[in-house]
Design a protein around this ligand. Sequence first.
Ligand code: ADP
Ligand code: MG
Length: 703
Amino acid sequence: MSEAFNVADIFGQDVFNDTVMQERLPKKVYKDLKKTIEEGKELDLATADVIAHEMKEWAIEKGATHYTHWFQPLTGVTAEKHDSFISAPMPSGKVLMSFSGKELIKGEPDASSFPSGGLRATFEARGYTAWDCTSPAFVRKDAAGATLCIPTAFCSYTGEALDQKTPLLRSMEAINIQALRLIRLFGNTTSRKVTPSVGPEQEYFLVDAKKFQQRKDLIYTGRTLFGAMPPKGQELDDHYFGTIRQRIAGFMRDVNIELWKVGVSSKTQHNEVAPAQHELAPIYAPANVAVDHNHLVMQTLKRVAGQHGMKCLLHEKPFAGVNGSGKHDNWSLTTDDGKNLLDPGKTPHENIQFLLVLTCILKAVDEHADLLRESAADPGNDHRLGANEAPPAIISVFLGDQLEDVIEQLVSTGEATHSLKGGKLETGVRTLPDLAKDATDRNRTSPFAFTGNKFEFRMVGSRDSVAGPNVVLNTIVAEAFSEACDVLENSDNFEMAVHDLIKKYATEHQKIIFNGNGYSDEWVKEAERRGLPNIRSMVEAIPALTTEKSVAMFEKFGVFTRAELESREEIKYENYAKAINIEARTMIDMASKQFLPAFIKYTRTLADTVIAVREAGADPSVQSDILNEVTVHLAETREALEKLKVVTEKAAAMAEGGDQARYYHSEVVPAMEALRAPVDTMEMIMDKDAWPMPSYGDLMFEV
Ligand code: ADP
Ligand code: MG
């Protein structure tokens, strides 16, 4: 066992957090910065200079030599450009360490190589990073030494968002304004801010690094493109919550230490459903901090895995036929004085407020199911959503028996007079239901489930940023709040008006509620009957971004302009096409250089055997049967390979955009599946020693 330590001592030790700021900054500067953080007040340059200086001194004490604006372009991963603190050498030949306020608040990376979806012509390469002072700076230590990382947003010269964070911050502002309006109506005059709280649960796989290195598919695409199922899969459910093996436990310990140091509150860890699959969940945080922290989690998982001779697979579907990985996005709304708007609450007025919040969310999810679905779309997630795995591609809301019953009563009689079992919460309004405290059982098959005092959006892919889904959630709920407030602010009788509105929303949007088994075929039919969209793939999901309904909403709340949405649509198509193109080319490479040669060699061995057996005077019919069978699969493989080459070349030659992406989806993906089939069949037939790479069993059961 390695040395014991106290978590409280190391937690946040490399973060420029409130304690450090209070200790190191002059009082006035600290106050100004807090104002900026809490109220968004602009920071003047003189104040920024003082903060930058102190931040630099602190970082240098931690061993930092460089600083970087850390941002999230639309590549899916974070980006950084490092600058050292040194100034130009003085006449004495020595250098000083310097870091100005200007350098802290604004950076100017060359933006031309980041996706912009046509927002920024290549000759106009200017892009700016701007300090997000609501997410604390931190010092990251790795092989490159120690670096001061400053979380930033990334915009074009003309202010258009080129990243995930800018729209996220805008959407947080939108929901803050609308949620404040709503709680004011219920007499809350003390809360000054409402922030979306987010807790993303990260799933991942670990495989041995040496085996990983022998698989080109894992190296180039992060998932296996070939592979027959091992004799044992996840059918025994013996891995889920099972005892964590020593090698993995050591890894998790180091991951936690690294995360705690940079202020990520890593909390829960356990084995997941599939062999070699695990999960890590931090304690929830304000949405933008949670997004930054989730990027840190993903990077730390990868880095520490390397130190333990393993590789961390963040792909949504590393292994066909085995459970994939998601990232459950837990979401709620918290006031600055600690109230959760999704908590059914203890006092009467809170309960009515809760029912309004709840029905507004039902309305938001029902009206914008297509956008939510789109926010979880990425090439890897196509293998999960709707593919007989958690969760289905159809958006529905799970409320649990009690709340569903309450809604049912409201809808059928206009008033709810009782609630199913459990301790009651009085609402104090005759026509509104009593709520039971202990809300619900769990439903693991629902894509959007109420879990006591938060919603859990379960569609998000394991590799994806949670920024996109939270931008959508914040904005659609802001819109619903805004519409409700428009009605209520103008009503003569507030109590009656709230009641009517709750009933109206419950009635109009009840169809989005589903408490049953989301994996069943009956649900697919039932959802169709209800008119709920079933968007099966990423390419079918993307158009949701730019419908008139979506543009109007995002523009109204200042989250995206039409141009920004169009650019994102373009980038998504490009990303999809590129991902499939890489997968197809990797398959072509593996089939041509590894599988076909191995099969040919194997037929040679079999042929030699047939001859030898016959010469020995025995009956070689079994051997020649196998030889014939193998030859058939060899021919199938070759034929499928040639077909895949043709469609991939054709796809790659097409102009970038929707048509190209759809072609990849409808022609290249099936051709890839057609090539995989005979290869997987051969894996079951051939001698293990003759197989050119580690098998599923080797990868999943020998970590
Ligand atoms: P599960 O049983 O759903 O797997 P976990 O404990 O793994 O639950 O993760 C739950 C996640 O939800 C954690 O990140 C937790 O901090 C977060 N969470 C808890 N309460 C809230 C809340 N009110 N708002 C947002 N997230 C929350
Ligand atoms: Mg969990």
